[in-house]
Design a protein around this ligand. Structure first.
Ligand SMILES: *Cc1c(COP(=O)(O)O)cnc(C)c1O
Length: 347
């Protein structure tokens, strides 16, 4: 099997951890594991004085937690929506009955930052919700520009960095981001099931409300002081997490991002050679999005028959290949060759 989705292929020694004995959660051993992981996550994301709330749940739960505990205390939110993940912010705001204006961005296009500033000036929101990388298309937005606007109009900035963390440069403190959200199966490239809310130092002085029992910030933060989660954590995933963080801290963020960037650039050169249009204006290193010419309605299933996963896009004939997992130049060559063969088949 070869995976170009989330997660991508994972190192054997990290995968094997899930089959090993794991500590009981109410022990000092497990608390240390949680605390170590928190420190490493904070260092990798550039927010040394922040806090990380871990949830045994996928990324959407961490998004929901931020809306329930914090955004819902505000009069108005502002959502940047360049695809399905942007719209998820809007749907969460609707669910928690927090008024939210939406700034729509066209498929695979960058934001018109002047128009964005004007919209925020008119809207006067208290909090802005966006993605760094809109994974449904592959478009990477400019957080420096967004952050500057938020600073100017005194708007809290909450960014879903689920698929840009460790694939594209990101420093929370330097960018002045208040909250980031990420999850286990994207940049960290381990098994799905954990997600993280990273609160900046400034957020630790904010008021949170009690909406959403399991996700409650105050309850989680209180337990976190002793390295615990209020409810049963996915213990073996936490063990995978620590091993993964140790590895990535050792490699270093810049080196890790560089290696992902090189894989992305290599695959993009293959797409160009095959004439597969790559529509994204500013692509993330996380994925390559491209249109095939023929048999877009068969490609996913045909690759699946060959034990290869790629991601179908929401748009017809649009596909996405992730670059976060183990993948060699030869394997990327092989993938492009197989896609080309399927394109030329008669169905
Ligand atoms: C994967 C992802 C999510 C979370 O989706 P889940 O289905 O909950 O894992 C949210 N935002 C972005 C940008 C993502 O890539």
């Amino acid at each position: 099997m070869k995976s170009y989705v989330f997660p991508g292929d994972i190192e054997e020694d990290i995968l094997r951890i899930s089959g090993q004995p794991f500590p009981y959660m109410r022990t000092r051993l497990f608390s240390e594991l949680v605390k170590d992981s928190e420190q490493m996550l904070l260092s990798l994301i550039g927010c040394p004085n922040g806090r990380v709330i871990p949830y045994t749940a996928s990324g959407t739960a961490a998004m929901e937690a931020v809306v329930a505990n914090f955004v819902s205390t505000k009069q108005k939110a502002f959502v940047i929506a360049g695809g399905s993940f942007g719209m998820r912010w809007k749907n969460l705001c609707d669910y928690y009955q927090c008024p939210a204006d939406v700034f729509h961005v066209d498929f695979a296009k960058d934001i018109d930052y002047n128009a964005l500033e004007e919209a925020i000036r008119v809207s006067q929101p208290e909090v802005l919700l966006c993605q760094h990388h809109e994974t449904s298309t592959g478009m990477l937005y400019n957080l420096s520009n967004i952050s500057a606007i938020c600073k100017k109009y005194e708007v809290f900035l909450i960014v879903d960095v689920i698929s840009s963390f460790l694939t594209d440069p990101l420093n929370m403190d330097e960018l002045g981001i208040d909250v980031c959200i990420t999850s286990s199966q994207k940049g960290l490239n381990i098994v799905p099931g954990l997600s993280f809310v990273i609160l900046s130092e400034r957020m630790l002085h904010q008021e949170f409300v009690h909406k959403g029992f399991y996700l409650d910030f105050n309850e989680n933060l209180t337990n976190l002081k002793r390295g615990q989660t209020p409810y049963s954590p996915a213990t073996s995933l936490f063990m995978q997490l620590r091993a993964r963080l140790n590895m990535y801290v050792q490699i270093g963020v810049e080196q890790l991002i560089e290696s992902r960037k090189q894989k992305a650039q290599y695959f993009r050169s293959l797409c160009a050679q095959n004439g597969w249009e790559m529509p994204v204006e500013v692509p993330s290193n996380c994925i390559t999005g491209f249109f095939v010419h023929h048999n877009g309605d068969h490609l996913f299933e045909e690759l699946l028959k060959q034990d290869i996963y790629i991601m179908p896009g929401g748009t017809p004939h649009y596909f996405r290949v992730s670059h976060i997992g183990l993948q060699s130049v030869e394997e990327l060559d092989d993938l492009a060759r197989r896609i080309k063969v399927i394109e030329q088949m008669n169905f």
